[in-house]
Design a protein around this ligand. Structure first.
Ligand code: TAP
Length: 495
């Protein structure tokens, strides 16, 4: 291949697929219709397993179980201390199964096995450990009432039954990011994983039974978005839906919530995040961050730095370094420890990315490196960099969700800020500079929920994460996420 390096075969053992059915009220069940769908290995397009295709009837069954567990079961009534004990046991079990979970995400989603072992599964476990620590620290307030004849206080109560609808790009972290704070709050739930990556969610369901969660607290309904997902967002007995995915589907979910029972809606949506590299940046470090920000997880990450703006004084040097490094960015089997990029998640996503690359070429952007599929088996794409991109081009405006970078030049700080904000999204942004004045001015001026300075993907369990503008309406991680699964009750009485 011309651009990027391609390595050889797999090295790790493939996982055995043990769980393929819906998990409802503590039992693995076939779908009521008996239907299944195929989950595919993106390395070669072959079928891994047939998975139960849940639909409205199954969602009803799962919601009934979650409703019963919330209204009559022990979970919301036990002390936070006791909930924490069970969540911690769950975390121990996840930590004991890191390799198997990482292998499931690798075979199902084309994610790097080593990255799963070192990052995704430990981070998923970290979410459960973090929120276990918060479960017994959920407090209301004593109020200073304006009417002296009244005594008042608040209670924080779990919001109720939650529907979690999750995407395929980080199956384990997304599962944990949503399920862990909801559990700590005392909620019960129905989780719908993405149809492309159901395997690890079913394994997490199995571990939940071993950990000792009461039946009905965690239910997992595998299936399609237009059936199982839609049944969740329009369900009359779900109190909140927490969704991560595309902006288009987010809009549908909000409409379904409004048209049904006005359930609360948390949305984590798309992005087109800018990385701004200023003249005083270290060229090597800036080039490395730009590639990492755009190509990590094969560009299938909502915060990808898919728009890179380089100040004119350093532009030529940074671009040359990026192209040199991109040629060494190894694409290959996700089980091979030398791979930095595996296959795109499925055929649809692969074809969508390749069509964006064609748009880039046809609209007049300059292809610096990449620009093609790799091999004739599986869904591998070269890391691709376009220069001379303009703000009216499709590759500049739309979220590609693949390893495709748009590169632009800017002159002044003001122009850099204007460029960064020229998007309907506002999820994340990166700044590379040594100048504290530049860093302060730019980080305060960009309308995005997360700013990373001289680093990228600096996620932390304690750091709230979410979007401005059309990138969403909530925050995940940190105490903000816990709050989103709680509601406040005010109690007043005469003194
Ligand atoms: P979507 O097509 O939006 O799918 C996300 C989830 O929603 C899947 O479980 C999907 O089910 C389900 N779904 C689809 N149609 C639905 C409907 N009508 N009602 C209810 N649920 C429905 O996104 P995707 O292709 O999986 O992921 C890529 C997008 O997600 C990108 O735009 C990316 O930016 C965004 N994303 C955002 C974030 C954050 S944190 N902001 C993180 C990851 C991804 P099926 O799998 O059956 O389609």
């Amino acid at each position: 291949m011309e651009n990027g390096k391609c390595n050889g075969g797999a090295t790790a053992e493939l996982p055995e697929i043990k769980f393929t059915k819906l998990f409802i009220n503590g039992q693995f069940l076939d779908a009521a219709s008996g239907k299944t769908f195929e989950t595919i290995d993106p390395r070669n397009g072959e079928v891994i397993a047939k998975i139960a295709a849940g639909d409205k009837e199954d969602v009803d069954l799962a919601v009934n179980a979650a409703r019963h567990a919330f209204d009559h079961g022990p979970w919301p009534r036990m002390t936070g201390f006791e909930r924490a004990r069970i969540i911690n046991k769950y975390t121990d079990l996840i930590e004991q199964n890191i390799e198997e979970l990482a292998a499931l995400d690798a075979i199902d989603g084309g994610k790097l096995f080593q990255m799963g072992k070192m990052n995704d599964i430990p981070a998923a476990a970290g979410h459960f450990r973090y929120y276990a620590g918060a479960a017994d620290k959920i407090h209301g307030e004593t109020l200073r009432m304006t009417r002296p004849s009244l005594f008042g206080y608040t209670l924080k109560e779990p919001i109720g039954v939650v529907g979690h609808i999750i995407p395929w790009n980080f199956p384990s972290i997304m599962f944990a990011m949503k399920v862990a704070p909801a559990l700590a709050a005392g909620c019960t739930m129905v989780v719908k994983p993405a149809e492309q990556t159901p395997l690890s969610a079913l394994f997490y369901a199995h571990l939940s039974k071993e950990a000792g969660f009461p039946d009905g607290v965690i239910n997992v309904v595998t299936g399609f978005g237009s059936t199982a997902g839609a049944a969740i967002s329009s369900h009359m007995d779900i109190d909140k839906v927490s969704f991560t995915g595309s902006t288009d589907v987010g809009r549908k979910i909000m409409q379904a919530a409004a048209a049904s029972n006005l359930k609360k809606v948390s949305l984590e949506l798309g992005g087109k995040s800018p990385l701004l590299i200023f003249d005083d940046a270290d060229v090597n470090k800036a080039a490395e961050l730009a590639l990492l920000g755009c190509f990590y997880n094969k560009g299938e990450i909502c915060v990808a730095s898919s728009r890179v703006f380089v100040q004119e004084g350093i532009y030529d040097k940074v671009v040359a370094k990026m192209v040199e490094k991109a040629k060494d960015w190894t694409v290959g089997d996700p089980f091979d420890s030398t791979s930095r990029q595996g296959p795109q998640v499925d055929k649809r996503q692969y074809e969508k990315i390749l069509s964006y690359i064609e748009h880039g070429k046809n609209e007049g952007a300059t292809l610096l490196t990449g620009g093609k599929a790799i091999g004739d088996k599986g869904y591998f794409i070269e890391p691709t960099i376009f220069a001379d991109v303009t703000e009216d081009m499709k590759i500049y405006k739309e979220e590609i969700f693949g390893p495709v970078m748009s590169l632009l030049k800017f002159k002044t700080i003001e122009e850099g800020i204007k460029c960064a904000n020229n998007t309907k999204y506002g999820l994340a942004a990166g700044i590379v500079s040594q100048n504290i004045d530049v860093i302060n001015t730019v980080s305060r001026s960009i309308r995005a929920g997360v700013i990373w300075v001289n680093c990228y993907f600096a996620f932390d369990l304690d750091s709230p994460y979410g979007g401005y503008k059309m990138s969403g309406n909530c925050r995940e991680s940190g105490m903000d996420a816990l709050d989103s699964y709680l509601q406040v009750k005010s109690i007043a009485m005469p003194l």
